[in-house]
Write a protein that binds this ligand. Sequence first.
Ligand code: ZN
Length: 452
Amino acid sequence: MSQLYTDIFSLYRQTRAAMKGVKDWERFQVFAREQWLPPEELEQIRLERLKRLLTRASTFSPFYKERLAPHKQRIEHMTTLDELSALPLLTRDDLQQHAESILCEDATDVQPDASGGSTGNPVNFYHSREYREFGGGLHLLFLSWLGVRSGDPTAVFWGADRDFKDYSRRERLMQRLARVKLLNSFDIDDSTMDAFLDELVAFQPVYIYGYASSLHQAATRILTDPERWPIRPLAIRSSAEMLYPHQREAIEQAFKAPVVNFYGSREINNLAAECPHRQGLHVMASGRVIEIVDQSGTALPSGETGYIAVTDLSETAFPFIRYLIGDMGSLSEEPCTCGRAYPLLRKVVGRSSDIITVGGKQIHGEFFTHLFYGHPEIKQFQVVQVAADRLIVKIVSDRENPDLTFVTRGIHARTGEDVAVAIERVDAIETTASGKYRFTVNRMTTRSGEHS
Ligand SMILES: [Zn+2]
């Protein structure tokens, strides 16, 4: 019965997508073929995509028209993907200042979005239809690696306040039809967690995904009484945060299913993911180029750790070309034993946030990045917990007197009014030894200055 429902729902989605002209499924079928190609053939396909992207960007985007002008010859005669590294990087600062002029003049179907990223300085950008279709196709490909299909019962441990509030009635109905159960991880106590886990026992999700820390929290709870919560998914995806080995172990033990690590971001989704062989994260190479670069933008050889620069290969109306996403990592030269041509990203560091515990509630670090969405006047922020009921919010802004009342109001709405919130204007937020920002710091739990 359940399988039949999945088949029908998946067919319904494909038909609906086809009727609306959405090409996720078509893209998926192309990518599914490409993943097994010999590396040289895949490289040629990616090069063609890159050249189309660069041509579109330098023709229709006012920002890139200017920035890529000195590289026109090079772009026309590009013969390898490596030549991409001669082009300028795109920084978060560029997004903060030039989002409007990065957008192509011929853009039609675009949606504005914003991100706190992992670095604590919010940025604004647009997502185009081409981007969404590529991302959709790549995601279907990733699910196929796990044996999961769109329409399978899914449980989500996520923390996007804005995403939850904005669900329309129609979307909620779609979620029910699509059989998705969500737990808002921004504030969980034992009783909400228990109630959700009880629900999942009856629901039996085939697929579970969420923040590493939230999945770990659920697993820890389950392991206190495994008999009460026999939840048996096919696979679990951990994303948005670093997945530590002890977390993976506990999650796999609690759910008796493999946990695969997934790397995506709000700016560019579906960047890299583990296949069930779990030897590193496959770069979703049909749609993304990931370079590891030093501070000047020079590409580093495989094995060396540096800044991650991402290029979105969809012929998008909002081009991300060599975007410094704020994380660090290293590429591997070894192929995965699964045989896929997609190269491996050995590790991703960054995405570091401490959990803040005030007013009797655990507040996920991502809550604060969401709080600053849509406030371009805030260049950077850092929330520091200094006592059980006291937070300091450090803010970098280039405005003389930005209106910051939303900060205290937003935090109090979550924690209650008893928590003291002090706002401090600073010139810069100090980084850790490896040059990363941490957007939340819990002085009450942090043992040393460095996390990865
Ligand atoms: Zn693999």
